[in-house]
Design a protein around this ligand. Structure first.
Ligand SMILES: [Zn+2]
Length: 318
């Protein structure tokens, strides 16, 4: 190939072409790809801490005042709670992101796409086509496999698709960390729809158990999609083998299925121990650990990659 095309903006690059991971970059996008974007990480951390804070606030308020909502008010309160995790993340993200702005319309668009795919494809597929609730609880091994291959795979593939077939090819997807950002947005969109469905199906939520379930779903869905987003980021900026993206989706699906199964186990065991009364707290602990660990690992992987690039260790001669 004698014409050098930047892999981000697809423009012809002249003498100052740079090369990284087998790809060609213009000088501007070579500098952009390693941008640290600390706002994205603070938003992730803020989202986790903010959601835990909100759970405590709702628990305390509900414990003190024992509010009794009914009818459409109860449903409206539940839907409000369901929207909260995504809202918190966006507030944190947009505040942190002022200095190094990601096109805000795209982040919101991917969030909406995640929600739309959940409602139009994911939820009907899992609940009505595969009818998982009918056969999943029958045996432990079958349950785990079903949770990975049906629930996990459907959810993670759709969140992957929400990023892959929208912003992925655009020049605005230009930093290593962007995959994680857009993945998180798709995951929160998916989670919001799951939570709204949960609220409406139950005709509202029991505030104290409901807020925990909503936050657990949001943290988990955002983490797994963030992981797939990391694989997408690598695939955009470096040459990766053909199995790379499928492996990313399958890894996320595996974690999703193990998480779903573990959460079910933890909360049912707790139910037996407490002698009645569903105990959602172990699920919240599990989700917090998973989210903190996932975003922590992704953060350090991307930082390390950026450091190596900046030090020129992986620079290739032209
Ligand atoms: Zn470029």
């Amino acid at each position: 190939m004698d014409r050098n095309i930047c892999c981000v903006c697809h423009q012809l690059v002249d003498a100052d072409a740079r090369k990284l991971g087998g790809r060609i970059y213009c000088a501007r996008h070579y500098a952009k790809v390693t941008q640290e974007h600390p706002g994205a990480w603070r938003a992730g951390l803020g989202m986790i801490a903010g959601q835990l804070g909100f759970v405590l606030l709702v628990e305390i308020l509900a414990g003190l005042f024992h509010p009794t909502f009914s009818g459409w008010v109860l449903v409206a309160v539940g839907v409000g709670l369901a929207l909260l995790p995504a809202l918190l993340w966006m507030v944190f993200f947009y505040q942190q992101d002022r200095l190094e702005p990601e096109p805000k319309g795209y982040v919101f668009g991917v969030f909406m796409l995640g929600a739309l795919l959940a409602q139009a494809v994911g939820i009907p597929l899992v609940d009505q086509v595969f009818e998982v609730q009918r056969w999943l609880p029958r045996s432990p091994l079958g349950g785990l496999l079903g949770a990975i291959l049906v629930i996990g795979f459907v959810q993670e593939f759709l969140k992957y698709a929400a990023v892959r077939y929208s912003v992925f090819s655009l020049p605005e997807f230009d930093e290593r960390v962007d995959g994680v950002i857009y993945g998180t947005a798709a995951g929160l969109g998916y989670a919001t729809m799951l939570n709204i469905n949960y609220v409406i199906a139950d005709g509202g939520v029991h505030l104290q158990a409901g807020i925990i379930r909503i936050v657990v779903t949001a943290l988990a869905q955002a983490s797994f999609a963030g992981l797939t987003g990391y694989f997408l980021g690598r695939a955009k900026f470096e040459d990766e083998p053909v199995w790379w993206l499928p492996a990313g989706v399958m890894l996320a699906a595996g974690l999703n299925g193990v998480f779903t199964t573990l959460r079910g186990e933890l909360t049912t065991t707790a139910l037996d121990l407490a002698g009645g009364g569903f105990n959602p707290w172990p699920g919240l602990l599990l989700a917090t650990v998973v989210a903190a660990a996932t975003f922590g690992v992704l953060f350090s992987l991307i930082r390390r990659a950026n450091k190596i690039t900046l030090s020129g260790a992986d620079a290739e001669g032209m």
